[in-house]
Design a protein around this ligand. Structure first.
Ligand SMILES: Nc1ncnc2c1ncn2[C@@H]1O[C@H](COP(=O)(O)OP(=O)(O)OP(=O)(O)O)[C@@H](O)[C@H]1O
Ligand SMILES: [Mg+2]
Length: 344
């Protein structure tokens, strides 16, 4: 047997992650695991704590105001134990991040190529300028930027939005990360460019063995980009399973609401996507019990009193709800209130 313990270590593992800003508990006990070479999507409405969870993996918060608790493990490191220096090296090294707005990742006054070569040489002191340039060129080819040699000498504003997104991905890959964190990487792009970028991420995952955590509020993007989907609501993971389990056999009423609003959005072409009635709780005044109960079509007394435990309803499919059976049955029979029947 040649398999060692480290080869089966997950790429990312969060246990009991809690993040508070002042008195507000924004992330409230998140457990997540991303296996090596896998992609996980964190899906949920605005304000559910997706970005904060993602940024916790790199401890990307300003000092003082935030309180992080729990275990954060990524690319073989205990992130909470890293000192300032190790953390600076870790960011953009073993774990790197891409964002919705690539202009924020680049400095407007330097060419994109220079920023990539500098990132390489900052992390790897022994790499020569010529070698760094060759690596930057190879990265531009890998993310399929046309005329890569010429494009390396572009300033960020000289590129289109889609190309800039690819350039940012190249920058994120510059130091050969094991884990790529992507926060709404395609939200700002046109639908066709969006798909291209999601396909590119899939390709990188496969070809480089990259592990990916992608944050999105778009169910379609989650399915396209990820092997597993974790649905977040009010700072908690309410459902977590393979993309198939979550989309074809949802067991949490919130997931069902997301699926339903998407189906209705698709039926009513051009109409604004209808969202779940009501709004998420005020995190500073968290109600007792399940945070989704006030909006839930299945809520009963117990739901308003007691937070449901996480149950594993199938291997690898975990749901935090008192009424998983009723929810799954309602979804299968299409009997949720206001549900639009599927087209024949
Ligand atoms: N630095 C911060 N200081 C104080 N509150 C913050 C900070 N960052 C985020 N929050 C709060 O934490 C909550 C979760 O924010 P987060 O950005 O994680 O949401 P999100 O799920 O990524 O939403 P969106 O889809 O809008 O990006 C929000 O209520 C937000 O206002
Ligand atoms: Mg966000």
């Amino acid at each position: 047997m040649s398999a060692s313990a480290t080869t089966t270590d997950p790429a990312v593992e969060l246990s009991g992650l809690r993040v508070a800003f002042g008195k507000t508990q924004v992330v409230d006990g998140v457990d997540l695991r991303v296996e090596r070479g896998q992609a996980l999507a964190l899906l949920g409405e605005s304000g559910s704590g997706k970005s904060v969870t993602l940024r916790a993996i790199l401890r990307l918060f300003s000092e003082g105001r935030s309180r992080i608790e729990g275990r954060i493990f990524a690319a073989g490191r205990d992130v909470q134990a890293l000192d300032k220096r190790a953390l600076a090296d870790f960011r953009g090294g073993a774990v790197s991040m891409i964002f919705q707005e690539p202009l924020l990742a680049f400095d407007p006054v330097y060419t994109v190529g220079r920023q990539i070569t500098e990132s390489i040489r900052r992390h790897e002191r022994s790499v020569t300028q010529a070698e760094a340039r060759r690596r930057a060129l190879a990265l531009f080819e890998r993310v399929r930027i046309p005329s890569p040699e010429r494009r390396l000498d572009n300033y960020p504003h000289e590129m289109s939005g889609g190309m800039r997104q690819r350039a940012m991905i190249a920058l994120a890959l510059a130091c050969r990360p094991q884990v790529l964190l992507a926060d709404e990487p395609t939200t700002a792009l046109d639908a066709t460019v969006q798909i291209q970028v999601l396909l590119l991420l899939r390709e990188l995952q496969r070809d480089l063995g990259l592990s990916i955590v992608i944050v999105t509020h778009d169910l379609g993007a989650a399915v396209e980009a990820a092997d597993r989907i974790a649905v977040m609501y009010a700072g908690k993971i309410v459902e977590n399973g393979t993309a198939h389990q979550v989309v074809l056999d949802p067991h949490h009423p919130y997931t069902i609401g997301l699926l339903r609003s998407r189906a209705e959005g698709a039926l009513a072409k051009g109409a604004r996507l209808e969202t779940i009635p009501g709004s998420p709780p005020d995190l500073a005044n968290r109600p007792p019990g399940c945070p989704f109960a006030p909006r839930c079509f299945l809520a009963e007394e117990r739901c308003r009193r007691e937070m449901p435990p996480v149950s594993e309803i199938a291997p690898g499919h975990r749901v935090a709800c008192w009424r998983t059976d009723a929810a799954a049955a309602a979804y299968r029979s299409g009997s949720m209130p206001g549900r639009v029947p599927e087209p024949a």
